[in-house]
Write a protein of this length. Structure first.
Length: 619
């Protein structure tokens, strides 16, 4: 290769030419990775409609009312909030304010958050282990089935993952030589805003972050401690300001805090969305219905198809990476990254495995970035050390475990692409055998073996991720895999939102401007379906589960007396047999019973509706 300088040609040395080639290829690889991720996450996105109507209705409210946006209200008349802090809604609110209310404006921000998360993970891993490891890590994250689900869905987990990856990148930068302490402060701010997306789940990454900086940071020990205290303060300030604002705001001029029993965001933080998720003691919650607590949960029927595909590989790669970097200096960036991402992976996996409270399978998307980073960094180290028998044995063993696990997971949906299970198994076993003798083979053959091994490991999760992206998803609890009903029906309640017929929609919209709420119905999912169809506020009596004391029967009667609610709609309720497990309020059930006793029912489009404008009867 020659370079022209001032009209003269200068021959470059082979090392310079190789570095230039690697730089060009890595940049091209990144472009391809991000473009493919964008296509996977954006293509035919509107097929899911409103996706999780519970959050889409809150976005509809927030885009039309600033108070509803600030507090994350379920409706524009501000009866009750969603059962989370509203940072994820703010992003969608801004999109809807700019582009109008439609499925694209609600869901595209989630897809872009996914692409940004892949890009940030690439940047973080590249700094620690090079472009090859970074491309592998980015691809693993993008192709994890639960990531393909959540980054095409409007749950808060998408923003949470992006912010936590950003925080991890900042911690890695803070561990580098001559790094500014502001990188660690930036990590704290990102975690704090992650808290505003999904509350205390954001804190599961902190042990890994603290361990990485405490063990591998360049400053002296005392300075590292002070830096960590400063980062902790940043977490408190960036997340706590919102709690303080809500607690100090007069309760009479804001919506009820959904998910709490006493109209308290601190209760929501510490109980329903906090320690209650660990212990199962969640006031107003419905308990953990999986009954699968234990180390096998992440591989079981509830979560295995979401996240388990490369989980053993990530653990082996993490362990191998720590062994291979054990003799390096304390501040080695590769080992620091392994401590960071490995701590994230292990702590989150243990908590998810043993939590006794509400835990849905899609929560496992929070494992995907750490899993991907461990695979990328560890596999890269093992490959570079392939002339050692221990490294080859580790690679071959990991290959066998991965493809056998893929065959088991694919077998849970045996009618879907049955050839894939056998193809992955055969290719994987062949690749494992070749990896044991890879040190004896010619260089061109070695490259082909690497490609075969990666293809065998990624084929199954890639196929499942593509199938997930190709299927429409709706309801409160989406699931990965090929097209099927993605809501969850439990005893006593349905977590999909209703789609009212034209006559009922017209009735709700008619004269809606004369009432504060066009209707009231038990449960936020029920209210969301009617509200999105009618374009008018619908009160979610009892909040998400129908177990919040908002409003009480007396408050409801007063609102009806002042003609602020037009209709009451009979619906499936989250109470009943589920309610027996809950310590929540019976206010919603009392209201439903009161309406049934004192108002005349009318059936519209097969739905029982009560007009609340006439005086109540005595029957």
């Amino acid at each position: 290769m020659t370079v022209t300088i001032s009209g003269e040609q200068t021959q470059t040395d082979p090392k310079t030419r190789e570095k230039w080639t690697v730089r060009v290829c890595s940049r091209a690889g990144l472009v391809v990775l991000l473009a493919a991720t964008a296509v996977l996450y954006v293509w035919n996105l509107s097929a899911s409609g409103w996706a999780n109507a519970f959050y889409s209705a809150a976005v509809q409210a927030g885009a039309s009312d600033w108070t509803a946006m600030l507090f994350g209200s379920s409706d524009a008349a501000n009866a009750i909030t969603v059962d989370k802090t509203p940072a994820a809604l703010w992003v969608m609110d801004a999109s809807v304010r700019l582009f109008g209310l439609n499925p694209w404006s609600v869901l595209v921000p989630q897809a872009l958050e996914g692409v940004a998360a892949v890009a940030l993970l690439y940047a973080a891993v590249r700094r620690a282990a090079g472009p090859g490891a970074a491309l592998l890590a980015g691809a693993v994250l993008a192709l994890t089935p639960v990531a393909a689900l959540i980054f095409r869905f409007n749950n808060p987990d998408a923003l949470l993952v992006l912010l936590l990856v950003a925080a991890a990148y900042c911690v890695q930068r803070a561990c580098e030589e001559d790094a500014s302490r502001w990188w660690l402060i930036g990590a704290g701010v990102a975690v704090g805003f992650g808290f505003l997306a999904k509350m205390m789940q954001a804190f599961l990454v902190l042990p890994g972050f603290v361990a990485a900086y405490g063990m591998a940071g360049h400053p002296p020990w005392g300075r590292r401690v002070l830096d960590l205290l400063g980062a902790a303060a940043a977490v408190v300030v960036s997340g706590g300001w919102y709690l303080l604002l809500v607690e100090l705001w007069p309760a009479s001029s804001r919506p009820y805090i959904g998910g709490s029993q006493h109209n308290s965001i601190l209760e929501l933080t510490l109980a329903y969305n906090g320690f209650g998720r660990l212990t199962g003691d969640e006031p107003g919650g419905l308990g953990n219905l999986n009954h699968d607590v234990g180390w096998g949960r992440l591989f079981g029927a509830g979560m295995g198809l979401d996240i388990a595909w490369l989980l053993p590989a990530a653990v082996v790669c993490l362990a191998a990476g720590l062994v291979l970097t054990a003799r390096r200096p304390r501040t080695d960036p590769t080992r620091a990254a392994l401590i960071l991402w490995g701590g994230w992976l292990i702590v989150t996996a243990v908590v998810f495995s043993y939590a006794n409270g509400i835990l849905h399978s899609y929560y496992t998307v929070a494992l995907a970035p750490a899993l991907a980073a461990c695979v990328g960094i560890g596999a890269n180290l093992l490959w570079r050390n392939r002339f050692a028998l221990a490294a080859r044995t580790a690679m071959a063993t990991t290959m066998l475990v991965t493809v056998l696990l893929a065959a088991v997971l694919l077998g849970r949906n045996a009618d879907w692409q049955p050839w894939l299970r056998w193809g992955v198994a055969v290719a994987g076993v062949g690749a494992a055998v070749l990896l044991l003798v890879v040190h004896r083979l010619a260089r061109p053959v070695v490259g082909s073996i690497a490609v075969l091994a990666l293809a065998a490991c990624l084929a199954a999760p890639t196929a499942y991720a593509v199938a997930t992206a190709a299927a429409p998803h709706s309801g409160a609890i989406p699931s990965v895999g090929p097209a099927r009903h993605s809501g969850f029906t439990g005893p006593g309640g349905l977590l999909d939102s209703p789609e009212p017929g034209p006559a009922l929609t017209a009735a709700l919209a008619r004269d809606a401007d004369r009432y504060t709420w066009a209707a009231a119905v038990v449960g936020s999912n029920n209210a969301a379906g009617y509200q999105l169809a009618a374009g008018a506020p619908v009160m979610a009596v009892g909040g998400f589960n129908g177990t919040d004391p908002a409003p009480t029967l007396a408050e409801f009667q007063e609102l009806v007396a002042h003609r602020r609610i037009h209709y009451f709609i009979r619906s499936h309720m989250m109470t009943g047999r589920w309610g027996a497990q809950s310590s929540g309020s019976r206010a919603a059930a009392d209201i439903a019973e009161y309406v049934a006793r004192h108002y005349t029912p009318t059936v519209i489009d097969g739905v029982t509706v009560y007009d609340l404008t006439p005086p109540p009867t005595n029957s």
